[in-house]
Design a protein around this ligand. Structure first.
Ligand code: HPA
Length: 234
């Protein structure tokens, strides 16, 4: 039992998928895992452990934003021994060539600030994905025929952004998309010597202003779960 995860050591797998939405965690566990068992419901942030092709996997909601994800990722790593953490989530597209429904696999994530800012202070630490996971996720996405982009993303602190000038500069510098969690996940993975990756579906677009329907969101979310699982055990 940690402060925010009401489970016992041994009930959480070394491989953890982290969707932001706890109901997505439940859907993914019930859809893709055998024998999925509820292992956390503190604050409604559902987590399940089950088996995928003979491997134990936990799917735990992270909540939205880096402060929330930081709580769950810290406790999963420090109190439950998680070794591979893969965020599966949505993002806003920031390049014309990145289309709605495409997958982005994040090599690195830029931020204005993260919960790790207090450690780094004046250092602009460049957090990065685990190379093996990244390579395997790209291969799995391409094998499914999902258009996939690999590169830098932006982890924002606010969804309702008030810095169009900054977004323009990021687009100009090749940032593929915006979400709100990956940078802190990569920071924590570096700090604790574990593997991390963010696999994201483009659910809305900052340039074209298109957005995925809820039906399409479910289908593309399912693709991401399978890409993440294949990458974790490649
Ligand atoms: N901004 C931040 N996070 C997001 C977005 C966005 O446009 N879309 C999906 N997650």
């Amino acid at each position: 039992m940690s402060i925010h995860i009401g489970s016992k050591p041994g009930k959480i797998a070394e491989t953890v998928l982290l969707p932001g939405d706890p109901y997505r965690a439940r859907w993914a566990a019930e859809t893709f895992l055998d024998g999925a068992e509820l292992v956390n419901e503190v604050r409604g942030m559902l987590g399940y452990t089950g088996m995928w092709r003979g491997h134990a996997v936990t799917i735990q909601g992270s909540g939205m934003g880096m402060p929330s994800l930081s709580i769950y990722a810290n406790e999963l790593i420090r109190d439950f021994g998680a070794k591979t953490l893969i965020r599966i989530g949505s993002c806003g597209g920031m390049q014309d060539r990145v289309k709605i429904r495409d997958v982005i696999v994040a090599m690195t994530a830029s931020t204005l600030s993260t919960p790790s800012r207090g450690i780094f202070r004046e250092l602009n630490f460049a957090p990065c994905a685990d190379w093996q996971l990244l390579r395997a996720a790209v291969a799995a996405a391409e094998a499914r025929g999902v258009p996939t982009h690999v590169g830098g993303i932006y982890s924002a602190d606010v969804f309702y952004d008030e810095r169009p000038d900054l977004n323009e500069q990021m687009t100009r510098h090749g940032i593929l998309g915006v979400e709100m969690e990956a940078a802190e996940l990569y920071n924590l993975a570096a700090r604790h010597g574990v593997r991390a990756l963010a696999v994201l579906t483009v659910s809305d677009h900052l340039i074209t202003h298109e957005a995925l329907s809820s039906e399409d969101r479910e289908k593309s979310f399912g693709d991401m779960v399978e890409i993440a699982l294949e990458a974790a055990f490649a």
